[in-house]
Design a protein around this ligand. Structure first.
Ligand SMILES: Nc1ncnc2c1ncn2[C@@H]1O[C@H](COP(=O)(O)OP(=O)(O)OP(=O)(O)O)[C@@H](O)[C@H]1O
Length: 463
């Protein structure tokens, strides 16, 4: 059950909120004193904190966020307020607030919104110093537009026996996608992963289809191949373009006839295996260059999924960082809090050619070297050198925000959502306005009008 800390001195509001939260399966603790609430979040896990602004009039909301995040770096901070102008919203969002709800509130809508935002891995659940090892999820459910599109495709085909080609750069999570495809009817069935890039040319057929004793020198006993091992479940053929032509023919036959023969045997074995393949390069290119059989390609291509490179889904960067820190904290029995702002800025501007794998390795090493926060000194020399060449075009924090005050009430909440959406898309495309307009499916002029209306670029030094 997710946990919310509600910080408000309005007892009626607290009561109504707590009662509304029950039907959303949230556990709510209410606090009326700011300092006391900091103690709560220091000692206990909360998924998010909701701060009612009138409560703490003497404190500036930005300072509230800083105090909260310094105490519990991964908590999600929400605000309830009578009214707020865009400059405040921008300042608070940039300072780390998830969202600002303005009066009049609908608690149901707020709770639904928070439920959606926290249904994926909550950073607050990231274990520190080795607790909850078994509960820690294997994969992050990311939330960017690209990630959602990816999960939609996975869901479409997961519960079918369609053959799937997964295409994407190295380290973008192709194997993770293949494993996710094995939910539904394939859950609890065998999942056999074969890296065709590492298959010894001579032994590839034996690895895939097995062999009988004496079929070649070194075949001292009968051996089951990957297809037989995977029978009833899924075989995942990674880097399939590396398979030799003769083995491609055997694979084609296995797919067409649903039968295999072990090397050195004439006996046919029935197989019922769902096939998922992955490739760093477009298989159609390998076909065009004559390295991959066209007939095999068409047999395999019942559904195609592309895993996006990390640089195109920078919205997910922070969540991946938190996720990998949580993972490393368990493995290394440490309590690393996060990545410091200067390094984070470099991370946001780096291209990540090795994608999620590269990030994971960098964070893991960072956690090993760091005492509290990961900073530049925790990076290996070769990676620091790469970072030194990074051109900063995406500042992580804004400077001073001076924007015309606009009164916001509840009917403006859709504008707030729009503001957040535009900002997220801009981040994911590294502030390239042409790309942002494409992703948002609006023309450049409309985007410019919206940027102007929300004063988005006034506080960012973007080329
Ligand atoms: N959603 C995710 N959550 C957590 N870790 C992930 C996620 N996606 C990928 N990873 C991690 O990133 C690393 C690379 O993922 P994976 O091996 O699936 O990529 P790949 O595209 O198959 O790589 P390659 O092309 O080199 O075979 C793995 O350590 C994996 O655990």
């Amino acid at each position: 059950m997710k946990r919310i800390l509600l910080l408000s001195d309005d007892i009626i509001l607290n009561r109504v909120f707590i009662s509304a939260a029950k039907s959303f399966e949230f556990q709510v603790q209410a606090g009326t004193d700011f300092n006391e609430s900091l103690e709560y979040i220091k000692k206990d896990f909360f998924d998010c904190i909701i701060v009612s602004i009138p409560l703490i009039t003497e404190k500036c909301p930005k300072k509230i966020i800083t105090d909260i995040l310094n105490t519990s770096p991964y908590i999600r901070v929400y605000f309830l307020t009578d009214q707020m102008d865009y400059s405040q919203v921008i300042t608070l969002t940039k300072a780390g607030a998830e969202y600002c709800y303005t009066k009049p509130f609908s608690f149901e809508e707020i709770l639904e919104h928070i439920q959606n935002a926290t249904k994926n891995i909550s950073v607050l659940q990231l274990p520190i110093q080795g607790n909850k090892t078994d509960d820690y999820p294997k994969y992050l459910n990311a939330t960017s537009r690209h990630a959602k599109e990816l999960y939609k495709q996975i869901d479409t085909v997961a519960d079918t026996n369609f053959k799937v080609i997964i295409h994407g750069e190295t380290g973008t999570g192709k194997e993770s996608v293949a494993r996710r495809l094995c939910s539904g009817i394939y859950k609890n069935k065998p999942f056999i992963s074969v890296d065709c890039g590492c298959l010894n040319k001579e032994l590839a057929a034996s690895e895939l289809f097995g062999h009988v004793k004496g079929s070649f020198s070194g075949a001292y006993a009968d051996k089951k191949g990957a297809f037989e091992e995977a029978n009833g479940g899924t075989i995942f053929l990674d880097e399939i373009a590396n398979l030799d032509y003769p083995v491609q023919i055997l694979l084609l036959r296995a797919i067409e006839e649903k039968k295999i023969k072990k090397v050195g045997s004439v006996q046919e074995i029935d197989i019922d295996v769902r096939i998922i393949v992955a490739s760093n390069e477009k298989l159609s290119d390998a076909v065009a260059e004559g390295r991959f059989r066209e007939d095999l390609y068409y047999r395999l291509n019942e559904f195609e999924i592309t895993t996006p490179p990390l640089r195109e889904r920078m919205d997910d960067l922070q969540d991946f960082i938190d996720f990998f820190i949580g993972e490393a904290n368990i493995d290394l029995n440490k309590s690393i809090n996060g990545v410091d702002k200067d390094l984070l800025e470099l991370f946001y501007n780096y291209d990540w050619p090795g994608n999620i794998r590269e990030l994971k390795n960098i964070i893991r090493r960072g956690c090993l070297m760091a005492t509290k926060m990961i900073d530049l000194s925790c990076m290996a020399d070769d990676f620091s050198k790469k970072l030194s060449e990074v051109k900063i075009c995406h500042p992580v924090m804004e400077k001073n925000v001076e924007i015309e005050r606009v009164h916001l009430d509840w009917k403006h909440k859709s504008m707030l959502s729009e503001y957040h959406e535009i900002l997220n898309v801009l981040k994911s495309v590294r502030y390239n306005k042409t790309k942002a307009a494409e992703v948002l499916n609006i023309n450049r002029k409309t985007l410019y009008n919206k940027l102007k209306m929300f004063s988005i670029f006034d506080h960012l030094t973007i080329a």
